[in-house]
Structure formats: structure tokens, C-alpha cells
Design a protein around this ligand. Sequence first.
Ligand code: PLP
Length: 469
Amino acid sequence: MLPEDQEKLLNDIHSKVIEYLSDIDIKPNKTEKEIRSEIDLSIGKSSDLNQIKVLFDKYLEYSTKTNSPKFFNQLFSGFSTTGYIGEILSTITNNSMYTYEMSPVATLIEIELLNKMSGLIGYENGGGTFVPGGSSGNFLAMLAARHYRMPAVMNSGLFGVSPMTIFVSKDCHYSMIKSANQLGIGTDNIIKVDVDKAGKMIPDALDHAIQFSLNIGSTPFFVGATAGTTVRGCFDPIQEIAQICKKYNVWFHIDASWGGSVLLSEKHRNLMKGCYQSDSVTWCTHKAMAQPLMCTAILFKNPSILESLNDVAGTEYLFHNKDTKDPDLGKQSLQCGRRVDVLKLWLAWKYYGDSEYGKKIDHLFSMAKYAESMIIKSKILNLISDVNYLNICFQIKPDGMNINQVGIFTVAVRDELFKNGDAMVNYAEIDGRICMRLVTVNFDLNTKHIDQLFSDIESNAYKLLTNYI
Ligand SMILES: Cc1ncc(COP(=O)(O)O)c(C=O)c1O
């Protein structure tokens, strides 16, 4: 039984959570100095539960409010009730994903989700595992590709192995570059293939790059396409890339960390047409499927590679299932202990069903298109990239402004929006041009929120204009 004071704290916290979620305002960040002076960060002395409650309140007060419809800054936003329930359940049961014995229900849920997601990709007998994020998924895909091409490296290491080449696009996520380092391939052995004006990998350029690699005696072993690039939300031409990978027998990975959710939408799944031809797909549901961080699957056409690359000595103390047929998912995971990330996704999918979940994704697309239309209508905003998905990249360029000032001005307006608590929107660079990157990923967004955002962008821009013209 819980002691009375702990039970009271949990009840207080529950009502505070409801209060927090009904307030949608974002506040500008406090400075480091302010936070240090207002929250006692030091550890050492004990505290009572009243002090813990104060810390709880302060944490809520000073943390970025990502559930707000004014938060457009990242590739995730919003609040999921089923996600929250899933997280509570995961925490209070505190199961660990390595063995069936340890986490029977979660194991079966994970298998169900992996089958479902593999099926949406179009893999016939696919499977995979859940990992702590898109970066981890991309890493595991690259490791699998290396293991497939050079299985002996698992024991002998890379000493004495001739160079190997990785191919990604210039717009790929940086986790690809990090993975090359982590795997001992080396970042010099990555070829960043050119993209076209829209930001899509150019298939001919990929073909040439693979030939170049072969000519210099380096083994092409991994092509990483992106479905939903981080800045522009662009989808690489999957079918053409698949043909090239087939021609050279190179592992074909799709980083669909951001764009994988289009597979839920009948209207938009053609953006990933041909994805069944890949060997692996990373898919983050904590991005456009509204799950709390983290909830990422990495799916493989042939999942047996996972057991092969995880087959090391010393696991007998954990996996006792020699005489049973228990599915121990830990045998397919790089982690030992692993939290239950699947419960929240499973509950959300049970709640929406395929059709409603697909409609939610369609709604995000329509919010992006609405934002695009606001930019096209505006006299001072310029789109600087096509809107393919949920990323809307634009600059603020009032008449008479020197072209060299536009990027700086756009960022100044962005900072002012945040300082005033109007909105939080990120910025990025495309072909040397700094722009705002607006992301419409919150399921609760409606046109009024977008109208308000653009009204705030314009009023802040006019307010700052005199300093720039
Ligand atoms: C295309 C793409 N891949 C991978 C990642 C990394 O995902 P995570 O933050 O879950 O590691 C991101 C992050 O934004 C991304 O945009």
C-alpha cells in the first residue's frame, strides 16, 4: 500500500496535469541564471514530499510547452491522452522488453505492431524492433547492412577490411553521418549525393557515385534514402533508388523517421510508393503519429538479420527459453533492458483505428497546405521550398529590404515571436538562404491557430521593420 502522503501527492499531481494541459500558452524561455536561481538543482540534501511538489510545479512552469498549438518548432507537437495513459502504464508496471517472461503483454503488443507496420510498408514476412529514436534506427539499419555484406566483421572487426562506402543525400539527417563514425566506417567514406531543386536525391547522381566508389575499390554497402527530410519534408524517389540498389546489390534503407506516417493515409501514401523494395525502414511514431517521445520502429524485410547480428556469448543468464518457444525480443535488440515504448502507440491505434488515424495525418497535410496558402497570399512572405509534407519553409521579405538582410530579419522576427510568447517556430538554411521552418504536426491544430500565427508573424515583422530598412 502507498503511504498516505505519497497517495495525496499523486492525487495533487493528477489535477495539476489537467490544469497544465488546458493552458495552451507558451512562454519564452527563462535564462539559465533565472532557472538556477528559481530551482534548487543541487543534489545531496534530502527533501520532503512538499518540496518535491514544488519542484514538480516549477518544472512544469519553466519547461517548453510542446503541447501548445503555438508550438511549431520541432517535428513533434501536441498531447496524446492515450499516449499519456500508455506512459503511465509503462511506468507503473515497469516491465522490460528483453524476455517474454518479464513482459508478456508488451511482447505480444510489440509483435503485433511490428507486423502491422511491416504490412503497411509491404514487406511479406517483415519484422523488426523498437529503438530509442530515429537516430538509433538509422544506426541499426547501417549495422545490419554492414553485417549482411561483411558478416565476418562481427568477430574480426574492420582491421584489414578494404574501404566501404555509404550513400545518402545532401539533405539526409545527421544521424547517418554519426552512424558512419559509430560503426568504424568513417565519415570520409560517405558520399553525399546531390539533390534536385526540390531537395530530392538525384538517381543518376547516385548511380554515378556508386560507379565511382567501385572504380576506386571501395565497396558500396548502404544507400540511405529519406522519406520526409528534416528541413524541407521532401521524399526521395524511392522506386528509382530501389532499381539502382538492385542493380549494384546494395542494401537499401529508407529513413522514414519523419515521413513514415504517410503510410496511414490513403490519400498520401503514394509518397512512399515502392517502399516495399527496401531492406529496412526507420519510422518514428513520436513525430507525425503524435506519440510522446520516444516511439520508433525499425522494420526489416528480412528480420532474421537482427538475431544474427545480436548473437553474442554471455546471454544465457537472461534467455532461458531453450525448452520453450517464448518469443524473447531481447535477442533482436542492441539494448539489454528496454522500456516499453509500444504501449502508447498500441493504445492510440486501438483508439483511432486505421481510418481515423489516417484522417489525422490527412488533417496535418491540410494544415500545411493552409499555411502555404497564407504565405502565397501575404505581401511580405516568400515560400522558398515546395510544400510536399508538413514542413513549410519561408522567408520574410518586405518591399525594399536588401536581399542580404532577409535571413537575418527572418530570424529576428522568429526570436521576437518567441520572446512575446506568440509562437515558437524554428529556422533553418536551404541553399544558403535562412528561412523559418514551420511544422504543422499537432493533431489539434485548426485554421484559426494558423491564422493567428500569420497575423503574429506579420505584426512582429512590421514592428521590427524600421531597424532593418
Ligand atoms: C529525417 C530524420 N531522420 C532521423 C531523425 C532523428 O530522429 P530522433 O530525433 O528520433 O533520433 C530525424 C529527427 O528529426 C529526422 O528528421
